[in-house]
Design a protein around this ligand. Structure first.
Ligand SMILES: Nc1ncnc2c1ncn2[C@@H]1O[C@H](COP(=O)(O)OP(=O)(O)OP(=O)(O)O)[C@@H](O)[C@H]1O
Length: 277
């Protein structure tokens, strides 16, 4: 018998050598990493480190001056954000981006129509063709998402009237409604209280484990990052300074200095000793 060949998990996202500058400001410098299918991957770093810029390069909002982004093996670097959404890259934003005057249900449905009926002709055919069945199927899927995120009680409410935590959940629902293979979450827990954070962390884990979505998440709450991420990448001044398992990354001297504010060598040595225990 020959040797067993172990195939490494397929990379759903491959970021190669990305550099991005705004005038003289270098937001990202030669950043590369890969995300395996099914992974829950976190990007951390101090303010201005380039985290949102990285997410924007993946979603297509920003075009890097250098480097390549591959999604499921395909070079998507030149594709528009809409095009990337249609092939399975979804996202939420750091700041809320809901239609405040619309109901929760309509906010979620909007995403689906936008994805599935992206041109005028097919939109017209859709309505003329009496595609009610399709509409019903959409609604069923949307209801499933509403159940999953436990927002049944506010499904008819106007989005703008909801608490911040609930609006963040509706935003997540809208992103999930596009059925992305890869979802990019920009600070999903920012501004939340402890209970809301715990709920959101659970939804993200379920999304990843039960729905099989690959997650790339920017998060400042280190407790959450340590608890739920499979791997963590640390950016500092636009450069990748560490990448690995959460505990490895936290023990990394450069990370402790740059990000966690551990300044003296004694602390770094103590952290290293602790990680090695
Ligand atoms: N659209 C833009 N125009 C000009 N400069 C930008 C733009 N977007 C980001 N930058 C700059 O790029 C650098 C990285 O910013 P980015 O928002 O990616 O950092 P971040 O790590 O997400 O920070 P934060 O944690 O504060 O959100 C910063 O110096 C920022 O000012």
């Amino acid at each position: 018998m020959g040797d067993t060949i172990i195939t490494p998990p397929a990379q759903i996202l491959t970021v190669e050598d990305i550099s991005l500058a705004f005038g003289g400001v270098r937001a990202l410098t030669e950043v590369g990493f890969g995300v395996a299918k099914g992974e829950l991957f976190a990007i951390i770093g101090p303010n201005g480190a380039g985290k949102t810029s990285m997410l924007n390069c993946i979603s297509g909002r920003y075009r890097p001056q250098k480097g390549t982004i591959r999604f499921q093996g395909r070079d998507v670097t030149q594709l528009s954000p809409n095009h990337r959404a249609t092939i399975g890259i979804g996202r939420t934003f750091q700041n809320l981006a809901l239609f405040g005057h619309m109901s929760v249900l309509d906010n979620i449905m909007v995403g689906r129509h936008h994805l599935l009926r992206s041109n005028v002709l097919s939109g017209a055919l859709y309505w003329l063709g009496g595609a009610q069945k399709e509409e019903l199927a959409h609604r069923r899927e949307v209801e499933e998402i509403i159940d999953f995120l436990e927002i049944q009680h506010v499904r008819k409410a106007t989005a703008g009237t909801l608490s911040y935590g609930l609006r963040k959940r509706v935003e997540l629902a809208r992103a999930i409604a596009l059925k992305p293979e890869l979802i990019l979450l920009d600070e999903p827990m920012a501004g939340m209280n402890l209970e809301e954070k715990e709920d959101m962390a659970r939804y993200i884990v379920d999304l990843n484990e039960e729905w099989g979505m690959t997650v790339v998440m920017i998060e400042h709450d280190m407790g959450v990052v340590m608890d739920i991420s499979h791997r963590v990448m640390v950016l500092d001044f636009g450069r990748r300074i560490a990448l690995g398992l959460p505990a490895e990354v936290m023990a990394h001297p450069q990370v402790r200095r740059a990000y966690l504010g551990v300044a003296d060598d004694e602390d770094v040595e103590a952290a290293e000793a602790e990680a090695g225990r």
